[in-house]
Design a binder for this molecule. Structure first.
Ligand code: SF4
Length: 113
C-alpha cells in the first residue's frame, strides 16, 4: 500500500510517497524525509505540549511537554494525566513534573518562582 504525506521536518514540506510494503520513500529532498516517512507510516509519534495548574500560585499555569515523542495513539491518555495533575512552585525548565507518562516524563518548559 502507498501512503502520501507531507514531510514536516523542515519548511520545504516535501510530498512523500511511502510504500508500506517495501518501506521505501520517494519524493523526499533529503534522507531525513526517509526516516520521517517510514516512522509516520508505520508508528507515528508526537511531542505533546500542554499546561499544568500550579496549586500554590494564584491563577498560575506552567507550560509542559513530553520529554520525548510518544505514540500518536497515546496522546489522549497523556492529556488526561496532565489535565488531572497539579504541581507546586518553584519550578525550573526541565524539571520532571509527572514521571513515566506513556513511556516518558512530563517536563516543565517555563520557570515559575
Ligand atoms: S524530506 Fe528533507 S528537504 Fe524535504 S521537507 Fe523533509 S527534511 Fe525537508
Amino acid at each position: 500500500m502507498k501512503k502520501e504525506l507531507t514531510c514536516i521536518i523542515c519548511p520545504k514540506g516535501c510530498t512523500l510517497t511511502v510504500d508500506t510494503d517495501s518501506l521505501t520513500v520517494t519524493g523526499n529532498g533529503c534522507s531525513r524525509g526517509t526516516k520521517y516517512g517510514i516512522e509516520e507510516a508505520t508508528h507515528p509519534v508526537r511531542t505533546v505540549t500542554s499546561i499544568l495548574r500550579v496549586s500554590n500560585r494564584c491563577d498560575m499555569m506552567v507550560s509542559v511537554k513530553t520529554a520525548a515523542p510518544i505514540a500518536k495513539e497515546d496522546m489522549f491518555r497523556a492529556m488526561e494525566v496532565i489535565r488531572a495533575a497539579t504541581v507546586t512552585a518553584p519550578i525550573r525548565i526541565g524539571d520532571v513534573l509527572i514521571p513515566n507518562v506513556c513511556g516518558t516524563d512530563i517536563v516543565a518548559t517555563k520557570n515559575i518562582d
